[in-house]
Write a protein that binds this ligand. Structure first.
Ligand SMILES: Nc1ncnc2c1ncn2[C@@H]1O[C@H](COP(=O)(O)OP(=O)(O)OP(=O)(O)O)[C@@H](O)[C@H]1O
Length: 400
């Protein structure tokens, strides 16, 4: 073994990653549009977004398996996008896994350490020690002699993960690394991999359609929707203030309630309607709605804080119990309000008859307001500033 080469290989210096306006089109599909973000050495970044958002395409642009139409990828002083894939030293775990079908588990995992680029750097004992350690961590050491065709989907996924994590690259890309595992294993490995990657100096990009998983593992979350970066922030920031209804729909389990409301002037005053049903609102909350200056809004609030028939609620909607789902730790109740559905996460053992009429309390202190047309979060401070500056009349002020 060449000591200097090994120490360079086993502990490359962590470098910041920077993507500058990366775009990619496949025929009619604009898979990525001007994607820019940066990551500090050692940061775990979750790249989250629904199926087709462009996560895997972006991963391929970074590792060099595909080239962007425009834009660039930088790692420290290197322009990765000008380099061949094999020079980039990116450890990329593919969603498709891409295992070697004729090699057993051990040889699949050892393959990057035996690659021509590593020739002479590790002796057989060192390779065996590294491979065995990672197989033990993933709980598949007993499968080391099997071929991929003799494994379950979850076992194959763990082999691909081992083959990626055994490397000492400049950057890790993990494309849905735990998606095919059962819940218990997913939970354990999420923690193990997270702990391991956080201890390294390299950037890790964790690609997942499961935003909660991304939030659990990442220092920061990049929300990618329709090939565009819609929000970047810490998990706490994105959860507390999703930039749009598209992002809000991806948060929480179950996701945030989103209901469209209409502020309508009637003979006896300003009323708030949801699907034609009148929302019962306290003056303080009505004032908040009016302050947006908009007649149509989308309200977002988490099911966790919704209560039924709560006399202290500052806002409520009358509807009928649609479903009652006891999940053990809690009961999820869905209420139908004239075709709109509101979910409330209630204590375990909560019972109510389907079809009964209830007032769903809207937890106003947790409500986020979104623009009805664009779905963009209305930042109240910014909106207040904007309203002061604009000369256009506020329709609510004239109607109220
Ligand atoms: N080689 C290709 N040829 C044509 N279209 C492609 C190709 N690769 C990806 N696309 C399209 O680009 C878009 C982004 O795909 P991509 O696989 O990056 O999404 P994703 O966010 O990784 O989705 P998933 O979570 O389902 O894996 C999709 O509309 C997809 O159909």
């Amino acid at each position: 073994m060449k000591a200097n080469a090994l120490s360079m290989l086993s502990a490359p210096r962590g470098e910041p990653l920077h993507l500058e306006s990366v775009s990619k089109r496949f025929g009619e599909v604009q898979a990525l549009s001007e994607v820019s973000f940066s990551a500090e050495p050692g940061e775990v970044i979750a790249l989250c977004g629904p199926s087709g958002a462009g996560k895997s395409t972006l991963g391929r642009m970074i590792s060099g398996l595909d080239m962007p139409d425009s834009g660039s990828v930088h790692l420290g002083g290197l322009v990765l996008s000008d380099m061949a894939a094999q020079q980039r030293r990116v450890a990329h775990m593919f969603e498709s896994l891409a295992l070697y079908p004729t090699l057993d588990v051990f040889s699949n995992v050892a393959s990057p350490l035996r690659a021509p680029s590593h020739r002479g750097l590790f002796n057989a004992a060192e390779i065996a020690a590294q491979v065995e350690a990672i197989l033990v961590m993933m709980d598949i050491a007993q499968l080391s002699k099997r071929r991929p065709s003799e494994l379950s989907g979850g076992q194959r996924q763990r082999v691909a993960l081992c083959r990626t994590l055994v490397q000492s690259p400049s950057l890790f890309i993990l494309d849905e690394p735990i998606g095919h595992l059962d819940a218990k294993l997913r939970h354990r490995l999420r923690g193990e991999i997270n702990r391991r990657q956080r201890a390294l100096d390299q950037v890790t990009l964790w690609l997942t359609p499961d935003t909660l998983e991304g939030m659990a593992v990442a220092d920061r979350v990049v929300m990618l929707i329709d090939g565009k970066v819609q929000q970047i922030g810490s998990p706490r920031e994105v959860y507390a203030a999703p930039a749009s209804t598209s992002i809000a729909r991806l948060l929480g389990d179950p996701a945030m309630n989103l209901i469209d409301i209409w502020l309508k002037q009637e003979a006896d005053g300003l009323k708030v309607l949801c699907n034609g049903v009148r929302l019962q609102v306290a003056e303080s909350f009505l004032a908040r709605l009016k302050a947006t200056g908009q007649l149509r809004l989308t309200l977002g609030f988490p099911p966790l804080h919704s209560r039924l028939d709560d006399p202290t609620a500052l806002a409520g909607l009358r509807g009928d119990i649609y479903t009652v789902e006891p999940f053990g730790k809690y009961t999820l109740v869905t209420v139908e309000v004239n075709g709109a559905y509101v979910k409330a996460k209630l204590p375990a053992g909560f019972q109510i008859t389907v079809g009964s009429s209830v007032l769903v309390g809207i937890p106003t202190e947790h409500v986020l307001l979104f623009d009805h047309e664009s779905g963009v979060l209305i930042d109240e401070a910014a909106a207040a500033l904007h309203n002061k500056k604009t000369t256009a009349p506020n329709p609510l002020h004239s109607e109220a």
